[in-house]
Design a protein around this ligand. Structure first.
Ligand code: IPD
Length: 283
């Protein structure tokens, strides 16, 4: 296609810096409302940043579609094959409210539902993660991954997990069971994975897997805006995103359950994913 992806990345980086200033200024000083339940939170800053982003993108790229977390209407908003900006104005809203320094703006661009540009900016740590399909991904000026471990295996890995906001269905029980199994090992007892981390932001979890500072990230219940930008950053670092159902490895961006693993050779990746699923299934 003749879409200039580098130019789109540069535009998104500029927007991210502007939004980042607002996020920093307002973090820890906002009131919040509930969305679908008492742990799914939104603030006026999420809404204001989304308006700023959509106004800027719509005037610069009127020919492209826009999908944003705060303007999404369940059952109505549809992701299509058209080139689409997919945006989460603040990913990690709970952190933003609590002034916990892991929140970001997540700006993605997808063509035919394939994520092709991703910009994830954490203004607290001044971390600008960027990725363009076919051109690699970066943390500020450093090429990802930052760290290439010699071997990728579930045993001894550092895993991101999130409780998410859907806590009243099977999803929760599956998570509790899988975490226990991953922490204690299937039959051997004692430690198995080195540890769990919850950054509280899907985009930052994925970007840290891309960097090699985390080995994997698993969550059920994500939306396209949680994963679009991080997907590009991770794939360009040699990582892989797979679907939530055991064996179903090809996953669309508008799926809901994801496992993201860091780059390694394809055989190690496959083994890691298979081992992970065996813990989710409890076998
Ligand atoms: C949330 C974060 C969180 C994840 C939730 C998301 P938000 O996004 O990414 O880590 O567990 O599933 O909804 O609401 O902060 O934009």
């Amino acid at each position: 296609s003749d879409i200039n992806l580098d130019e789109i990345r540069d535009t998104l980086v500029e927007i991210a810096r502007t939004a980042g200033k607002i996020i920093l200024e307002r973090s820890g000083r906002v009131t919040f409302d509930d969305k679908k339940n008492a742990v799914d939170l939104v603030t006026e800053v999420d809404k204001a940043v989304e308006v700023l982003v959509s106004d800027t993108l719509r005037s610069k790229y009127p020919q492209f579609e826009f999908m944003g977390e705060e303007s999404y209407v369940p059952g109505e908003t549809q992701l299509t094959d058209a080139p689409t900006f997919i945006v989460d104005p603040i990913d990690g809203t709970t952190n933003f409210i609590h002034f916990f320094p892991q929140a970001c703006i997540s700006l993605g661009f997808a063509v035919e539902r394939k994520p092709v540009v991703g910009v994830v900016f954490n203004p607290f740590l001044n971390q600008m993660f960027t990725g363009v399909a076919g051109k690699g991904s970066f943390l500020n000026d450093e090429k990802l991954p930052l760290r290439k471990a010699s071997k990728l295996s579930l045993q001894g890995s550092l895993c991101a997990i999130e409780w998410g906001t859907d806590r009243d269905n099977d999803n929760y029980e599956i998570k509790v069971r899988a975490f226990e199994s991953l922490a204690r090992g299937l039959s051997q007892g004692g430690g198995f994975v080195h540890g769990f981390r919850s950054l509280g932001s899907a985009a930052l979890n994925m970007s840290n897997v891309a960097a090699g500072t985390l080995d994997s990230y698993w969550e059920g219940g994500c939306y396209a805006w949680d994963v679009c930008a991080g997907w590009v950053i991770l794939s360009e670092a040699g990582g892989k995103v797979v679907g939530g159902n055991p064996g179903q490895w090809e996953t669309p961006i508008d799926g809901r359950v994801y496992l993201a693993v860091r780059g390694a050779d394809a055989r190690e990746q496959k083994k890691y994913i298979e081992d992970y699923w065996s813990h989710i299934k409890g076998k």
